[in-house]
Design a protein around this ligand. Structure first.
Ligand code: HSE
Length: 424
């Protein structure tokens, strides 16, 4: 039986989950895969973590070099997070000819070109299923099963923290700040939640997923990004009245004129399959020209779900001779012929606070008309203080036209645009 030695860099949540799965299923893999996968080394400064898992002291490596020099290690699993040490260690492992399996979306998103070039040079494998959407097998689906398609679009709820916050805001009618505090106390949100709530985490994942979908490197710097920190409860509630659910969506579209990539809060119809993806669950909804719609749903984070993705990669690497590198030219920048569309088209939800006096609505609609914006739905709520909330859903309009219209409406002292949310 083939012996495959693994080293795990970092025994945090995902590292310990990976270790437990490998330990508990070792005999099953011997039987089903005809391979004996053994953890030969771990790299973890807090030795007590390794000892708590039952790992013997002689397997705790003192440095990355010990692991690189261990002939019994074939696969190095990087689950440390961060980019400084992680990049260094992954490059060292690849240079030593070890196959690398990583869950590090920021590392893979920013440096996939360098890592892949190094892997190719040293004939090593590079796997990253766990970098996007935890246990949901979206990378392999794109690398293998969906390769026959031209992918037309992908819509993803790829961040569990923000999905949890938006779900609770909607269900309980409470503010962003209140839910964030609760999520932090339950450990669902980080003490510093910026990467999640400002959409960076989703942007890294969209960069990886859309590169695979559209066959060209999509650098994260090309992705429009807006987080959920300014979301007001009022908008979730008006959205509900109109039949919408608010989600932080990662959107990638392969239009004839170019590629459109963006991460922002988005209203989707309550009948869309993504509308029922709640709490910390994630899902990716992919449309291919042959397969049509495919939705992959599951846990986007967590010890065993992310461990499941890592172990899937380990088994794949252990049982396949051929190494699958990216099916596109993996460069730092996008192919120079790729056009990224910034002035994209969308329907929009706008909430305006206006003075309740004659002529105000006419002013708003005349500015809309000037910028080719047409209203599809309009609700008006009159307040006791002689102001009104105007809720408008537009037909499809251009992003730049909406921005200009909002700027012009805000110049009028009778009107204030308080929220603009894109509708998919
Ligand atoms: N912080 C991420 C999330 C999980 O909230 O989904 C890891 O990617």
């Amino acid at each position: 039986m083939k012996h495959v030695g693994v080293a795990i860099l970092g025994l945090g949540v995902v590292g310990s989950g990976t270790y437990e799965i490998l330990r508990d299923h070792r005999q099953m893999y011997q039987k089903t895969q005809n391979v004996d996968i053994v953890v030969e080394n771990v790299l973890e400064l807090r030795k007590e973590r390794a000892i708590a898992l039952g790992i013997s002291e002689d397997k705790i490596a003192s440095s990355i070099d010990t692991i690189c020099n261990n002939p019994n290690v074939d696969i190095v699993v990087e689950v440390m997070g961060g980019i400084t040490f992680a990049k260094d260690f992954v490059l060292k492992a690849l240079e030593a000819g070890k196959t690398v399996v990583t869950s590090n979306k920021e590392l893979y998103c920013k440096f996939s070109h360098e890592l892949e070039a190094c892997a190719k040079m040293h004939n090593a494998g590079l796997y990253y299923e766990a970098s996007c959407v935890g246990g949901v097998p979206v990378i392999r689906a794109q690398l293998d099963n969906l390769q026959g398609n031209k992918i037309l679009s992908l819509l993803g709820i790829v961040n569990g923290t923000t999905n949890y916050i938006l779900t609770k805001m909607s269900a309980l009618g409470v503010s962003y700040q209140e839910v964030l505090k609760e999520a932090q106390s339950l450990g669902y949100a980080e003490a510093n939640p910026t990467a999640d709530v400002e959409g960076y985490d989703a942007t890294y994942k969209l960069s990886i997923l859309s590169s695979l979908s559209f066959g060209t490197k999509v650098p994260y710097t090309k992705i429009y990004r807006e987080g959920i920190t300014n979301i007001n409860q009022k908008d979730i509630s008006y959205g509900k009245q109109l039949g919408y659910v608010l989600k932080l969506l990662a959107i990638g579209k392969n239009n004839p004129e170019g590629i459109e990539v963006r991460v922002h809060p988005t209203f989707i119809s309550s009948s869309h399959p993504l509308a029922s993806v709640n709490d910390s669950y994630n899902a990716v909804f992919i449309t291919g020209d042959a397969v049509e719609d495919v939705m992959l749903y599951g846990r986007g984070a967590g010890k065993l779900p992310t461990g499941s993705a890592i172990v899937g990669d380990i088994i794949y690497a252990a049982t396949h001779e051929k190494i699958n590198y990216s099916p596109f030219k993996n460069t730092m920048d996008a192919d120079p012929n790729t056009n990224f569309i910034k002035n994209f088209s969308s329907a929009y939800y706008l909430r305006l606070s206006v003075k309740d006096e004659k002529g105000v609505l006419a002013k708003v609609t005349s500015i809309f008309s000037k910028y080719n914006i047409s209203c599809e739905k309009l609700i008006q709520d009159i307040n006791e203080d002689k102001t009104a909330n105007l809720i408008i859903i537009t037909h499809i309009a251009k992003e730049y036209d909406i921005n200009q219209a909002v700027e012009e409406i805000n110049k009028d002292e009778a009107c204030d645009v308080e929220a603009v949310i894109r509708v998919n």
